[in-house]
Design a protein around this ligand. Structure first.
Ligand code: GUN
Length: 281
């Protein structure tokens, strides 16, 4: 079984991006800039944002974090986004989710200039991705996709099962696999026989938020299994895949942690650089 090392793949991607930033700097005499807006004091969000800032600095991006208290008015956030939209030194804008209840998530997402939307959440980018046009691609599915391609460069005709239909993961993952000519099945909580669907899959991406849902006897011998889950349980953090069981069956599997997670942040940096490059044309 191949244990897919997301930490190593992310470090390799960051090294490539660092070189690219240095080249862009010498060509344009400026570097791509990422601005993250963090609202409130949720610990996981603070940890993510700190990691994003650290990684952005490591590859040489200009990085800025704007913090607001939980009580901030929606209007203040929307006005800040407008300001960042017209700031030429800002290539990418990310508003860390989740947001406090009094702030309308969709309004915030739609306020971001689609050309600076490093999350790929703006309807314009969602539409472009589903139509097969150039777009920002949500970071987690992009990271999963790059890990899958490392194991199997030619995905044409493969059967992929995506477990979970979220806008963040399941739906964009489906689009990426479809673009590679996979036959894709999207499954979810109402799917009748999830085990049978998974058993037919060459590739399984589990992004549903149910601890250890995908079991060893759900997986074909030569399947590639990507685990997007991060679930807090009594025995610590586990994924959506039963690691011990599935590792005995699958051809390749991502661990949790150390699989998809590190790739997500590296892909955010990639998206920031890609937004910068498109803005220079
Ligand atoms: N919170 C957890 N994951 C994400 C993400 O990918 N983007 C944003 N903006 N917030 C998140």
């Amino acid at each position: 079984m191949i244990l897919i090392d997301g930490k190593k793949a992310a470090a390799e991607l960051r090294a490539e991006l660092k070189e690219e930033v240095a080249e862009l700097k010498s060509k344009h005499n400026k570097v791509p800039g990422l601005t993250v807006i963090l609202i409130g004091d949720l610990t996981p969000s603070q940890i993510y944002v700190r990691n994003k800032e650290k990684s952005a600095n490591e590859v040489g991006l200009k990085s800025e974090v704007i913090k607001y208290p939980d009580s901030v008015e929606e209007k203040t956030v929307l006005e800040k986004i407008q300001e960042l939209n017209s700031d030429e030194t800002v290539s990418g804008i990310l508003v860390q989710l989740p947001l406090p209840k009094h702030i309308d998530k969709q309004k915030v997402i739609e306020a971001i200039d689609p050309s600076k939307d490093v999350d790929g959440f703006h309807p314009m980018n969602v539409g472009n991705l589903s139509s097969g046009y150039e777009s920002s691609i949500p970071c987690t599915p992009l990271g999963c996709y790059l890990l899958i391609k490392k194991i199997e460069p030619n995905l044409s005709g493969k059967k992929a099962v995506v477990v979970g239909r979220s806008n963040l993961n399941g739906k964009p993952m489906t689009q990426l696999l479809l673009k590679e000519n996979c036959t894709v099945i999207i499954t979810h909580s109402k799917t009748k026989d999830l085990k049978a669907e998974c058993l037919g899959a060459d590739i399984i991406v589990a992004a549903v938020g149910i601890p250890e849902l995908v079991r060893g006897d759900w997986v074909k011998k030569d399947a590639i299994v990507i685990d997007v889950g991060i679930n807090k349980t009594d025995k610590g953090i586990v994924g959506d895949v039963h690691f011990d069981e599935v590792s005995k069956n699958a051809k390749a599997l991502t661990p949790v942690p150390g699989g998809v997670g590190p790739m997500t942040i590296a892909c955010l940096l990639k998206n920031t650089i890609d937004c910068f490059k498109r803005s220079q044309i």
